[in-house]
Design a protein around this ligand. Structure first.
Ligand code: SF4
Length: 321
């Protein structure tokens, strides 16, 4: 239904169903704290290689505190510390920092590091690795950078599996990016197992708890929603997946960075609107969206809680000692 302007005393009703869990995960929380603690310990400026997490609001706030975001290590002055982002970095990056005598703090999420260590073990075992992920994503670049060139092959779709040319299929294993669609990945993994029955399966799921919980929370409410807003950055893999999950469940969805991005014509006048937020989007942005809705609708809010999260990751010793 198209959006119809109303006077203030006759705002149309809108039920807002807010998914939980949503927003910050333990890895993002830790990465942001690492930059804040590095600023406290070393003073500004602290350099950060790449966006610490995929969220402009988070990056801008840290920039105001004295963080300087750069694309490559050679932009970091010799006498300043550098933080590596939550997505992980190829081994060559800390090695280059050591060569230059730079102080660095690694904010790679421990769940991404876990995949890095699995990759190393599989290569030591003589396996070739099929990696399920999205080409060009920093996490994929970081994971490929843990193993010798040519020892890992990327697949993005089921069709890619059919086209794989593997010299020794008896010595194959697969790993996945942490922020994929749970459903799409299950399809790709089924295709891998069908084509390579001996392929070694990871001991535990690589898609992280935060990604799967946020997708499950969207699935739990999407059927009741006429529209869904996903708050997150356009380059955030887990946020993109949340919008896809909602659409597949029949709820037309839009990925927005913040309230000013709401397309009111597209939104129309739904009776129930779902809201969620990707793992790198702060709760403040959710509140901003709800406040903005309140200016046009008589909002009633309901929060669902699919699976409460208690995950906390330890901070690096060099910052808390
Ligand atoms: S989304 Fe998952 S892998 Fe990525 S930082 Fe959060 S917990 Fe870690």
């Amino acid at each position: 239904m198209p959006y119809m302007a109303c006077t203030l005393d006759e705002l149309p009703p809108l039920h807002v169903l807010i998914a939980a869990p949503r927003g910050f995960c333990a890895g993002v929380d830790r990465a942001i704290q690492i930059v804040e603690l590095a600023l406290e310990k070393f003073g500004a400026p602290v350099y950060v290689r790449h966006e610490i997490v995929h969220n402009r609001f988070v990056v801008d706030r840290l920039r105001e505190l004295g963080a300087v975001f750069v694309d490559e290590l050679d932009e970091v002055p010799d006498d300043r510390p550098v933080v590596f982002s939550a997505h992980g970095v190829p081994k060559s990056v800390p090695a280059a920092a050591l060569d230059r005598g730079l102080s660095y703090v690694d904010a790679t999420c421990p769940l991404v590091s876990k995949v890095h260590r699995q990759a190393e073990r599989l290569i030591a075992d003589g396996r070739h690795i099929v990696f399920v992920g999205h080409a060009g994503h920093p996490e994929v670049i970081g994971t490929f950078g843990q193993v010798p060139e040519g020892s890992m092959t990327l697949v993005e779709t089921i069709d890619d599996v059919a086209g794989l040319a593997i010299p020794d299929p008896a010595n194959l294993a697969f790993l996945t990016q942490t922020t994929l669609s749970v459903d799409d990945t299950a399809g790709i993994v089924a295709a891998l197992k069908a084509r390579f029955p001996d392929i070694r399966v990871p001991r535990s799921e690589d898609i992280c708890y935060a990604t799967s919980n946020r997708q499950a929370a969207v699935k739990a409410i999407a059927g009741q929603c006429d529209r869904m807003l996903v708050i997150g950055a356009p380059n955030s893999s887990n946020s993109q997946r949340l919008a896809e999950v909602a659409e597949r469940m029949g709820a037309p969805a839009r990925l927005i960075e913040r309230a000013t991005d709401i397309d009111w014509d597209w939104l129309g006048q739904p009776s129930t609107l779902g809201i969620t937020a990707g793992a790198s989007a702060p709760e403040l942005l959710v509140r901003e969206v709800v406040d903005s809705l309140r200016k046009r609708f008589e909002v009633t809010e309901e929060e669902t809680n699919h699976s409460p999260e208690r995950m906390v990751f330890k901070l690096p010793r060099e910052l808390v000692a």
